[in-house]
Design a protein around this ligand. Structure first.
Ligand SMILES: [Zn+2]
Length: 577
């Protein structure tokens, strides 16, 4: 036991230390990332910068056949483990890296040499090797005065059951050939258009052993003052067959197929810029892309940062303070085994592209759905493009409640023609996104016990900035007819979402500061038996804990705020599959 513990602590420690000698192998790419470049050097021959044309163009140019061709090529490397062969021209991670690098170079040659390709090299002991390389391509933006970088990435490395098994057939097609193909396709397609912000299309390595490649790039951004505005991580994004890592609202049963839903995973609850990013991507899908698509998709903003017991490349970026999210298939063919005990297809020799059912040596039945992957690529591309062309974010104050209306005053960037107000009450998502005419206006939402509000600038083409911080308030706190309604010193909020998720967020609002020694949320079944105890701080205005109940737990449970051993108030919550 002691041996296991010390081994675990070494593993945990090793992921905390930053990588050494992190450097871009191309100084031009590095200078662009720092904002030190002339945009004219990377101008498109034909400039297309109209938001609607960009969204239409991205959607119509993304090709399921291209995605399939990348996956077929990736499968020939046999094993893309981070510790696999780097010398062979045809097999192993070295051949895969050079192939990806050449893809970026080819896309650049096809698009006025606008992409600048580089490796990000770093020293880290992984699976017997001391030095590793991410591959990335930079598409420089036009606005160097307000230099900002948007990262679209996926991990290229694959694995079998043994995380350092370099001899097995680790095709890693769903995890994560799918995300890698998506990133390559977006590099190809998005290079057609012109944006204010700079894009990085990146394939990382060392994800399976500890998120090393993502951590190295994030550390590099911190060290070199590279202003990352948003990170879109795509990991397990092409599969449509339900396994045990799937969760409500999709995946009603094992091996169920659904190619119309995708999950957005982010850290935090109230006032999380990561969830704000996920909501923004969903809003752009609904308002900009949806009218152009053949097959509508359902996008779910999940409660947790990742699936139960799992993690991904968005996490190191979030830890360094960059807004970051993960896209993952709703029906995912892995399981939720803790401790790396993943069966089903992921992390096994079964994670292949497809099978040959009629014996003609050509794959004809596939585990990755190329059309589904294409739809997810378009959601990424359209959302990221709107971040990259949109206006500057603003801030706001709640002026007052006037009867049923909430009067909102924009601060900061007050010169835009209009603004949006995102309002949410009971889920992770906005109930409505209102329009503000000018920088002082009133919205009239339905009555609710609690409102959580944030705002965005809107430019003269109707494109939103990323949304601001959130402010939470109740009816009672603001003046109604000149009187302040009395409120309790604290308030146990309804969990969000309720039901439909594998995790849920429980909040306690503090209206007056309270003195206490211990406080926790007690989760109890309907017989009153405690199934979980979640410590909670009662310091700030809004205090939250994430309760991960995991896949497959269903039914009604109670949750109770307990302060200094005394039950204060209870509410009910429902887990549904
Ligand atoms: Zn993965």
């Amino acid at each position: 036991m002691k041996l296991i513990l010390s081994f675990l602590s070494i593993l945990i420690l090793s992921t905390c230390f930053s990588q050494l000698n992190i450097q871009s192998t191309n100084v031009i790419a590095e200078n662009i990332l720092k904002g030190d470049y002339d945009p004219a050097d990377y101008a498109a021959g034909v400039v297309v910068d109209d938001p609607d044309l960009i969204v239409q163009g991205i959607n119509s140019t993304i090709s399921a056949d291209s995605l399939k061709s990348y996956l077929l090529e990736m499968s020939t490397f046999v094993n893309r483990n981070t510790g696999s062969d780097t010398v062979s021209a045809t097999e192993g991670i070295g051949a895969a890296r050079r192939w990806a690098y050449n893809k970026f170079e080819q896309f650049s040659a096809d698009h006025d040499s606008r992409l600048v390709t580089s490796y990000l090299q770093f020293d880290q002991f992984i699976c017997g090797m001391g030095q590793h390389r991410n591959i990335f391509a930079v598409l420089p933006g036009t606005d160097v005065a307000n230099h900002q970088v948007i990262v679209i990435e996926a991990h290229l490395d694959s694995r079998c059951e043994g995380s350092c098994d370099t001899d097995c057939e680790a095709h890693g097609m769903e995890d994560n050939g799918s995300g890698s193909a998506l990133v390559l396709e977006l590099a190809r397609v998005m290079s057609n258009f012109t944006y204010k912000n700079t894009f990085v299309f990146m394939l990382t390595i060392g994800e399976e052993q500890g998120l090393y490649g993502a951590n190295a790039f994030s550390q590099y951004a911190v060290d070199e003052n590279i202003p990352i505005k948003a990170v879109l991580n795509n990991d397990v994004i092409g599969g449509v067959i339900c396994g045990e890592t799937s969760s409500a609202p999709s995946c009603p049963g094992l091996n169920d197929v659904d190619s119309t839903q995708v999950r957005f995973f982010t850290e935090g609850g109230f006032n999380s810029k990561h969830k704000q990013l996920a909501r923004y991507i969903k809003l752009q899908y609904q308002e900009e892309l949806l009218t152009h698509v053949a097959v509508p998709m359902q996008l779910t903003v999940m409660s947790a940062e990742d699936r139960t017991g799992r993690g991904g490349d968005h996490i190191p970026f979030r830890q360094d303070g960059f807004a970051a999210m993960r896209f993952t298939s709703a029906n995912e063919h892995g399981n939720a085994g803790v401790g790396g005990d993943y069966h089903d297809r992921q992390h096994t020799t079964d994670d292949i592209l497809g099978v040959d059912t009629d014996g003609d040596m050509v794959l004809d039945s596939f585990y990755v759905d190329f059309n589904y992957l294409a739809r997810n690529a378009a959601i990424n591309g359209a959302g990221a493009a709107m971040i990259a062309v949109g206006p500057k974010p603003c801030d706001f104050l709640i002026e007052t409640f006037e009867g049923p209306g909430i009067v909102i005053r924009i601060t900061g960037e007050i010169g835009y023609p209009s603004y949006r107000v995102g309002l949410r009450t009971v889920t992770n998502d906005w109930d409505s996104v209102y329009v503000l005419e000018g920088n002082l206006d009133t919205i009239y939402p339905p009555t609710s016990d609690n409102y959580i509000v944030s705002v965005a600038s809107v430019d003269n083409k109707g494109i939103e900035s990323l949304f601001s911080r959130e402010i939470a308030f109740t009816n009672g706190e603001l003046s109604i007819d000149g009187e302040i309604a009395p409120v309790a010193p604290f308030e146990l909020m309804q969990n969000r979402p309720n039901p439909f998720d594998e995790a849920t967020i429980i909040g306690v609002r503090i209206h007056e500061s309270i003195q206490y020694t211990t406080a926790f949320i007690s989760i109890r079944d309907l017989q009153g038996r405690e199934v979980e105890r979640l410590p909670i701080q009662l310091n700030g205005e809004m205090n939250e804990v994430l309760y991960t109940h995991g896949y497959g737990k269903v039914g009604t449970f109670a949750y109770t705020l307990v302060i200094d051993g005394v039950d204060q108030v209870s509410k009910m919550m429902v887990f549904a599959n």
